[in-house]
Design a protein around this ligand. Structure first.
Ligand code: TTP
Ligand code: MG
Length: 604
């Protein structure tokens, strides 16, 4: 590296001034796919085992690693190193995903923020837990420590991280005893160091690093690419300026970096090189999209593409069922090979789909043959838009992903939130006969999840994004809705809630759209949504909860989440304070979005 752009990093010694208050764990499963197979079939443990995807060994157990087998090695090369290598096909990720979810759920038991990173890694912010425990007893560090401390840090981080190492050990033991998986853990005061220190003693071990050794540890990393948030493009730019190792990055002056990158980026790169990272552990929820891809040599015939999509769809539907949310958007991806240029590129198209393609049976998301047929026709329509079939085409990958979802159940505390998802869907339905043709030129950009994909709203499958209810958009789209598409499984909530006659009476001059209700998928006749006649009569018979008005169906009431029951009870006690009542009072204010008002349509 040029001397001219180097500077002494004396500031790197001032770790004492920095904030070390957090205690972060990074937990990584050992040889994950191979372990899943070994847990399933313990006889495999004593064999060198490789997990094969296409012609690559994506991972292997540590027995196989003793032969020099590395991740992502060609099968042919791996077999040269270890002719006895037992190979299992790992292209179906189903069981790996299931194991990953179980681990994540187990980690939630510690009641700390858990951030899932890929399938076999998780961050856990145990700061609060540590603060509770650090006051008691003397603590001994568990596992390895990256360098012995010369002096104690005045902020007390050594004690805290020592306690964190005990918690890491406790968590790892629990994962092993409950699920049978061995793990590695990194313990540090930030995510960057926890992740980077984690693999230092593999497998089945853990390492802690104190803040004072951050700079020195980072300087041991050979490539700037080792830093997780530095991608390929940034690496290339750094290398083009002869900044190759993390040590180079530590020493280059901030001014020089600012000439290459934006000011913020330069500061971030500098901080990372010194092992500084303030990003929080963000509690993970369900994934934003669920997708699968299949790559192959070349496919140039439409019927073959259809077969590939059909197989992919079957596997994707299994994942969606496990997830439990109702998909409302579907994306198709193709990788096209340009034979002349010897290059490939990806293209995607997506469209919104009706939640009514899916049904709920005994609380489980299901899809009928007709629904699958419908999805296949949507997929092939998107495919036709991506490919000009009048010309030859060569594909090397097809992908399918559900990219937006509608929650079926919410744990949210407000009854208004509970109704919100339905509101967005039902409003589309209710607008069926209320066309505003002037809205056809509306901007649909809100529906586009990313610039890399094309949102195609010209397809028949149109539903608004539940999170972004835009009335005008729905109006513009509603003409595309076919009859079978207008039912919404989410309306089950309405039927279960049974907004009753008394509530409806409060909503003078309004009625629930009976046509929509008759299309509710799961509802049994007994529990179906109210008919027009029902809306005007007291629906409840039989027992009633003590605090409920007589017209409330006790069974339905009891099936609601506790917080919602409480909210309803409070509302019945004091109607003026309730969300529903507040919503009711806004009945005539059409400009207010997301109120219960949208549930109802005025009599024509
Ligand atoms: P890793 O955590 O990188 O590897 P690992 O868990 O198998 O091994 P280690 O003990 O070193 O942590 O990846 C997790 C899983 O992801 C791995 O078991 C297989 C899969 N994987 C791929 O599918 N493709 C890849 O390129 C890599 C690196 C992993
Ligand atoms: Mg791993």
């Amino acid at each position: 590296m040029d001397d001219a752009i180097m500077q002494s990093s004396s500031s790197t010694c001032s770790y004492v001034d920095k904030d070390h208050s957090r205690s972060i764990l990074h937990i990584d499963l050992d040889c994950f796919y191979a372990q899943v197979e070994m847990v399933k079939n313990p006889k495999l443990r004593s064999l060198p085992l490789g997990i094969q995807q296409k012609n690559i060994v994506v991972t292997s157990n540590y027995e196989a690693r003793n032969y020099g087998i590395q991740k992502c090695m060609l099968v042919t090369d791996a077999l040269k190193l270890c002719p006895n290598l037992k190979l299992l096909n790992g292209e179906d990720l189903h069981e790996y995903r299931a194991a990953s979810n179980k681990i994540f759920e187990l980690l939630l038991c510690w009641k700390c923020p858990v951030e899932k990173l890929g399938m076999d890694e998780n961050f856990i912010d145990v700061t609060k837990l540590v603060l509770d425990k650090v006051k008691t007893d003397n603590h001994t560090l568990v596992g390895h420590l990256y360098n012995k401390p010369s002096t104690d840090c005045p902020c007390g981080c050594h004690s805290r991280l020592t306690v964190a190492s005990q918690i890491a050990n406790e968590i790892r033991e629990k994962i092993y005893s409950d699920l049978g998986f061995t793990t590695c853990a990194g313990v540090a005061h930030n995510k960057l160091l926890a992740k980077l220190i984690c693999p230092l003693h593999k497998p089945n071990n853990q390492t802690t690093i104190f803040p004072e050794h951050a700079v020195e540890f980072m300087s041991t990393l050979q490539s700037v690419r080792s830093i997780p948030s530095i991608g390929l493009k940034t690496t290339d730019t750094l290398i083009s300026h002869k900044i190759i190792t993390v040590s180079d990055l530590q020493q280059v002056s901030l001014d020089v970096l600012k000439k290459i990158f934006s000011s913020d980026m330069a500061v971030r790169l500098k901080s990372l090189s010194l092992g500084e990272d303030t990003t929080p552990v963000k509690q993970s929820g369900k994934p934003q999209s669920i997708g699968l891809e299949d790559s192959f040599k070349t496919v140039s015939v439409k019927s073959e593409v259809e077969d590939k999509f059909s197989a992919l769809l079957q596997r994707l539907l299994v994942l969606v069922r496990e997830d439990g949310r109702i998909p409302v958007s579907l994306r198709v991806t193709l990788r096209k090979r340009d034979a002349k240029r010897l290059s490939s590129h990806r293209e995607s198209r997506q469209c919104q789909i009706s939640p009514s393609i899916f049904t709920i049976a005994s609380g489980t998301l299901t899809i009928t043959d007709a629904g699958q047929h419908k999805l296949m026709s949507i997929i092939m329509r998107l495919f036709n838009k991506l490919i000009d079939l009048s010309k030859p085409f060569h594909l090397t990958l097809v992908g399918l992903a559900f990219t937006k979802f509608q929650e079926r159940m919410t744990g949210r505390s407000s009854i208004v939130n509970y109704l919100m998802n339905d509101i967005s869907v039902q409003s589309v339905l209710n607008l069926q006969n209320d066309c505003d043709t002037s809205a056809t030129s509306m901007d649909y950009s809100a529906a586009s999840p990313s610039s890399s994909t094309t949102t195609d709203l010209s397809d028949g499958e149109v539903e608004p994004s539940p999170k972004k209810p835009k009335k005008v958009t729905w109006i513009a789209k509603r003409r595309c809705l076919s009859k079978e598409e207008v039912a919404s499984p989410s309306k089950l909530k309405v039927s279960e809630l049974r907004l009753n006659s008394k509530e409806l009476e409060k909503v003078s001059e309004l009625r629930l759209n009976s046509r929509d209700r008759s299309l509710t998928p799961r509802a049994s006749p007994a529990k179906d949504v109210l008919s027009d006649a029902d809306t005007m009569k007291d629906v409840a018979e039989g027992g009633h909860c003590d605090d409920c008005p007589s017209y409330v169906d006790k069974e339905v009431f009891n099936s609601l989440p506790d917080e919602m029951q409480q909210e309803l009870k409070a509302m019945w006690k004091n109607p003026s304070s309730s969300e529903v009542a507040r919503s009711s009072s806004r009945m005539t204010n059409k400009s207010k979005p997301n109120t219960i008002l949208k549930y109802f349509v005025p009599h024509k």
